[in-house]
Design a protein around this ligand. Structure first.
Ligand SMILES: Nc1ncnc2c1ncn2[C@@H]1O[C@H](COP(=O)(O)OP(=O)(O)OP(=O)(O)O)[C@@H](O)[C@H]1O
Length: 469
């Protein structure tokens, strides 16, 4: 039965659906194959044995999904089959369930919900045929650091990864808090389950509750279908709550209760959901001070802060700057398909002297600019200065673009152009997306969360053909 007992198959004649779903599943660490019709999937079943799980569309040229379901159930009765269809009438859904479908997904569906469904459908670790137990490959996420503070931190990560304790990671913006959370997950017995990150500050307060705990269809205006929250998505794995200090008071109360009880209701739901989630929280704020002022619940702080890991700012570990810079420059050149570059000695000294208010992220972004801008293979001080001047930090004036936009709009209106709004909106989307994707080096999920958008929205705006990491 070779390796297919650990793979997920997608049967759909729509290439875009296969691509988007496969990419989301791969990001969650699964091995995935796509088939454009039932015949090919059945042939593979004969040759390679059953996969761990199968998604199928209903209406396809040739045999339809329900016939496929029937044949699959005869050949591999245990195989969980998720039926997807744009036709959500009772006949189709009932037909699917009667045929033994594990779940029915109405198209278009939420990719995160599909990933969460897979986590639920597949047997727990160690039982039977489970999916490939690999954390998603995250290029460039290896923590670099030779300074005593970082070495001590790495030792703590190794020790803490094994215990399911809550961890609070503190440190300025861009110091690597998320990277540490990922390392804690990757080294833990939960590594084969999802790592789900949520930036509390990036989501509007009124959406945060349903983002965390999910909602049922009809729970509020605009809730057209069920949404599986991050807690459920992270079941068995790790939930990373970034910028926890920005969480509104009412949600702090709810979070505390969920952490204490390990169960909750989706917004507007009646089904009690039990989850097993390790929570890792992060903040750049002084939560003790916020708690003393009554702006953060002290009891929630105690619960999150079972162990605290502090990331020192980069200016306090300048010995790490050269290694980080060389690593980022090499990675950027590779990704840009440019020849490898190196920093001259004087340039490294200049980098060490910089005070890095944006910490490692600022250094990483600077290296990307240098890789793109510096003409020679050896990067000198002058190249660095140019890249530092080009830093968005140095030139951002929030009012600039509004004024420019107003000038543009006035000129176009005076010129008699119509449909300005659509054009401006498309440009705005494009610019925001490009900036976020550049910042996250092409990682869509993260780019979406930086923009406060759902990943599906980003995927839709980009279209399935755009290159992604
Ligand atoms: N020690 C490190 N080694 C290698 N890369 C690092 C290190 N620390 C941070 N980075 C990189 O710097 C960037 C910022 O890191 P990360 O997102 O983890 O910071 P953060 O503290 O969570 O930031 P924020 O508080 O703004 O969310 C990432 O691209 C990360 O890969």
């Amino acid at each position: 039965m070779a390796n297919d007992a650990r793979r997920i198959w997608i049967v759909d004649d729509d290439r875009a659906v296969r691509f988007v779903l496969a990419t989301a599943l791969r990001e969650a660490g699964h091995a995935v194959d796509g088939f454009e019709n039932a015949r090919d999937a059945l042939a593979a079943l004969r040759d390679r044995g059953a996969p761990a799980l199968l998604f199928t569309d209903v209406r396809m040229p040739g045999e339809d999904g329900l016939t496929l379901l029937d044949k699959l159930k005869q050949a591999a009765p245990q195989l969980p089959v998720i039926v997807m269809s744009a036709y959500t009438d009772i006949a189709s859904t009932a037909g699917a369930f009667r045929g033994g479908a594990y779940e029915f997904l109405s198209k278009p569906f939420d990719l995160d919900a599909a990933v969460a469904l897979v986590a639920r459908a597949l047997p727990e670790a160690g039982e039977g045929a489970a999916v490939a137990r690999v954390a998603p490959a995250m290029p460039g996420t290896e923590l670099i650091g030779e300074t005593p503070a970082m070495r001590a931190l790495f030792r703590s990560i190794g020790r803490l990864a094994q215990a399911p304790l809550s961890v609070l990671i503190t440190g300025e913006t861009g110091t690597g808090k998320e990277l540490v959370a990922r390392a804690l997950h990757r080294e833990s017995p939960r590594a084969h389950r999802p790592f789900v990150a949520l930036n509390t500050a990036a989501i509007p307060a009124e959406l945060l509750e349903s983002e965390l705990f999910g909602h049922e269809a009809g729970a509020f205006t605009g809730a057209t279908k069920r949404h599986v929250g991050r807690f459920e998505q992270a079941d068995g794995g790790t939930l990373f709550l970034d910028e926890i200090g920005d969480m509104p008071a009412s949600l702090q109360t709810r979070l505390l209760r969920v952490l204490a009880e390990g169960e909750f209701f989706r917004v507007g739901g009646r089904e009690l959901i039990r989850v097993d989630v390790r929570v890792i929280a992060a903040t750049h704020q002084d939560l003790d001070a916020l708690a003393a002022e009554g702006r953060f619940r002290a009891d929630l702080l105690h619960r999150l802060d079972v162990v605290r890991l502090h990331l020192p700012p980069l200016r306090e570990r300048t010995d790490d700057v050269p290694a980080l810079a060389e690593r980022f420059l090499a990675a950027a050149a590779r990704k840009l398909d440019a020849p490898p570059k190196h920093f001259a000695k004087a340039a490294l000294a200049r980098l060490r002297a910089h005070d890095w208010p944006g910490n490692v992220r600022e250094l990483e972004n600077l290296c990307w600019r240098v890789a793109a801008l510096a003409p020679a293979d050896t990067v000198g001080v002058a190249d660095l200065e140019a890249a530092l001047r080009a830093s968005p930090r140095a030139s951002v004036d929030a009012d600039d673009w509004e004024a420019a936009l107003a000038r543009w709009a006035r000129a176009r209106i005076e010129a008699g152009d119509a449909d300005l709004h659509a054009e401006a909106k498309a440009k705005l989307d494009r610019i925001l997306l490009d900036a976020a994707l550049e910042h996250t080096h092409g990682h869509r999920g993260e780019a979406a969360s930086r923009l406060g958008l759902g990943r599906n929205t980003v995927t839709r705006k980009l279209g399935p053909g755009r290159k992604r990491r």
